[in-house]
Design a protein around this ligand. Structure first.
Ligand SMILES: [Zn+2]
Length: 189
């Protein structure tokens, strides 16, 4: 009986915890709640970030996020790091190009509408009575890293089309993933 109770407790706690974790990213939190949290970290799928999804190629992966909150002179300082990769379309060849996301976040959440003096290197963000939604802060940061017009490096541009073209013609050796397949098949027969 004791064992059963123990099992029940840990499992409900786990469900509660994971629901709580996703709510942390998507619910408006007051500055006091952020200070109570002190830090959050997690992996946010791009599929769940609508504004990022709108400017990237479907299937872009996950963004890992770490944020810390500290109070200073009536401000809440947000220090954090974003990491991951998204894919956008190259404007020259229209093939996906990978964009590394590796951002340092330094925000100063101020309650006053007019900008308070914020520490150097921190960007002032207004966080009024409604609080802030962390997912939106993260989305803003990612969008800053997505250029309006992305392009491959010139030697990588159009690589997919070239590869497809090569496969359809003479298959020069070792330039396609299927090079050597003919030989292999001959040996098996
Ligand atoms: Zn390209």
């Amino acid at each position: 009986m004791l064992a059963w109770i123990f099992y029940f407790d840990t499992s409900s706690e786990r469900h509660y915890y994971s629901a709580l974790m996703s709510a942390i990213w998507s619910t408006a939190l007051s500055r006091d709640q952020l200070l109570e949290l002190r830090a959050v970290s997690g992996e946010l799928p791009v599929a769940e970030l609508p504004r990022v999804q709108a400017v990237t190629v479907p299937g872009s992966g996950v963004i890992s996020v770490k944020l810390e909150f500290t109070g200073q002179d009536g401000l809440v300082l947000v220090d954090g790091q974003l990491g991951g990769q998204v894919f956008v379309l190259c404007q020259r060849c229209l093939e996906p190009v990978a964009l590394e996301i590796n951002n340092t976040i330094r925000l100063a959440l101020s309650e006053a509408d007019e900008a308070q003096s914020v520490p150097n290197d921190y960007e002032a963000v207004y966080a009024g009575a409604d609080g802030v939604v962390l997912q939106e802060l993260v989305e803003d940061e990612i969008l800053l890293s997505v250029p309006l017009s992305a392009r491959h490096r010139s030697d990588q541009c159009g690589a997919l089309a070239r590869q497809l073209k090569d496969m359809g013609t003479s298959q020069p050796e070792s330039s396609t993933p299927f090079a050597g397949l003919d030989e292999l098949l001959k040996k098996r027969n």
